[in-house]
Design a protein around this ligand. Structure first.
Ligand SMILES: [Zn+2]
Length: 387
């Protein structure tokens, strides 16, 4: 790969013909149309937060270096930004009056409103740019290893760069577009942001059963994303059909896995909703995130709910009562051992050898208080199972 250092290109040059697409959140072109700011393998613009974009402008005004910027030379009069897209889009948006920066008096000022000498200082700032030429493979390999200035690329952003092509472009159009009206609905079940590719990553994770890069490689040159979209919508429709309630604990659950495991079973949404509400109101349920899988699985696996257990004081007090009564009778302090016929029939277990058990199971309405507590030897408690 060949690289050429350029130190004479100014902010003004780059901003010549700068186009920002508000809808897609992308800086599109600069350098009088010669430069493509956001080629398809690049991530979305994520500096528009009133901090990182402002910091870029403040750096320029203070004369601090903006860091290295990398262009790929595609042909004699075509360049693409390889690294520096966030910085370029930030100053491009500022120079075209898209956002304001506070001046020394704390006043928000747009570019058009600042003093002429400050405007000139920004426009005349020279950038340090490497122009790279090489094969697609070389350049992408390299892009993978550079995380120079700003926020490092996350996994999905890297995969989008490596497997760039029509499939990624279409996938981003659907899942990484914050203007997509479905995002709000999806956000009930998926955590993260469209800009950072979290929805695309989730959709790929579900359809590929966790083998995202293998899936992306196989579909890289597909001209449609029908399989990806259909599977994703099936999962979302299934969840929203079974669970009428939208609870914040639903966000980020492994819906893909749950769909695979349970979608062939029938559920009565009204009954499911009543059960969700009952469990939400139950103060013994410590893990609310587990409620959904618990219900899907037929309300048996109470481990998923992390039901509150008896505290040490309760255990000690029940142990003391049970043990003194057992000693008087000459039988085991584990009531189930006492019923048996083997050597344990009269065994007095130590506190550490026993576990607390709900006499009447929690799942059948039994409370977690001293009246519903009995101590069992570990073997019998384990055998009793359902707590
Ligand atoms: Zn026992």
């Amino acid at each position: 790969m060949k690289t050429t250092l350029k130190t004479d290109i100014t902010v003004k040059d780059i901003c010549e013909g700068f186009i920002y697409n508000e809808l897609e959140g992308k800086g599109l072109f600069g350098l009088s149309g010669k430069l493509t700011i956001q080629p398809e393998y690049q991530r979305n613009y994520i500096y528009a937060d009133g901090k990182k974009d402002v910091a870029v402008i403040e750096s320029i005004l203070k004369g601090y270096p903006l860091g290295l910027i990398y262009f790929v030379k595609v042909s004699d009069d075509k360049l693409e930004v390889l690294d520096g897209q966030q910085r370029i889009t930030s100053f491009g948006r500022y120079v075209t009056n898209k956002f304001a920066v506070k001046d020394e008096n704390g006043m928000e000022q747009y570019f058009g409103g600042i003093a002429a000498d400050k405007q000139a200082k920004i426009l005349e700032t020279k950038l340090t740019i490497y122009e790279c030429e090489g094969s697609e493979t070389e350049i992408k390999q390299w892009f993978r290893t550079i995380n120079i200035a700003g926020i490092p690329l996350n996994n999905q952003e890297l995969l989008n760069a490596i497997f760039s092509g029509p499939f990624v472009t279409l996938g981003k159009e659907e899942f990484s577009n914050s203007q997509n009206s479905n995002i709000q609905k999806w956000s009930a079940y998926i955590s993260g942001s469209a800009n950072r590719q979290d929805f695309l990553e989730c959709a790929l994770d579900w359809v590929s059963k966790g083998n995202i890069s293998e899936y992306m490689s196989r579909h890289r040159f597909d001209k449609n994303i029908i399989g990806l979209k259909t599977y994703f919508n099936s999962v979302i429709d299934w969840v929203s059909g079974v669970f009428k309630d939208v609870e914040s604990e639903m966000r980020g659950l492994e819906w893909g896995r749950l769909y695979e495991t349970y979608h062939k079973q029938a559920y009565n949404p009204a009954k499911v909703s009543a059960e969700v509400q009952k469990l939400y109101a139950d103060s013994y349920v410590k893990n609310r995130k587990g409620i959904f899988e618990y219900i899907l699985g037929g309300s048996v696996d109470t481990k998923l709910l992390d039901v509150r257990v008896f505290d040490d004081a309760t255990k000690k007090s029940v142990y003391a009562t049970q043990t003194s009564r057992a000693q008087t009778k000459g039988e085991s302090n584990c009531p189930l051992c006492a019923l048996g016929h083997d050597a344990n029939k009269s065994k007095i277990w130590k506190l550490a050898e026993m576990d607390a058990d709900h006499v009447s199971a929690w799942s059948k309405g039994g409370a977690t208080d001293v009246k519903n507590c009995q101590m069992l030897c570990k073997t019998h408690n384990r055998a009793k199972g359902n707590r």
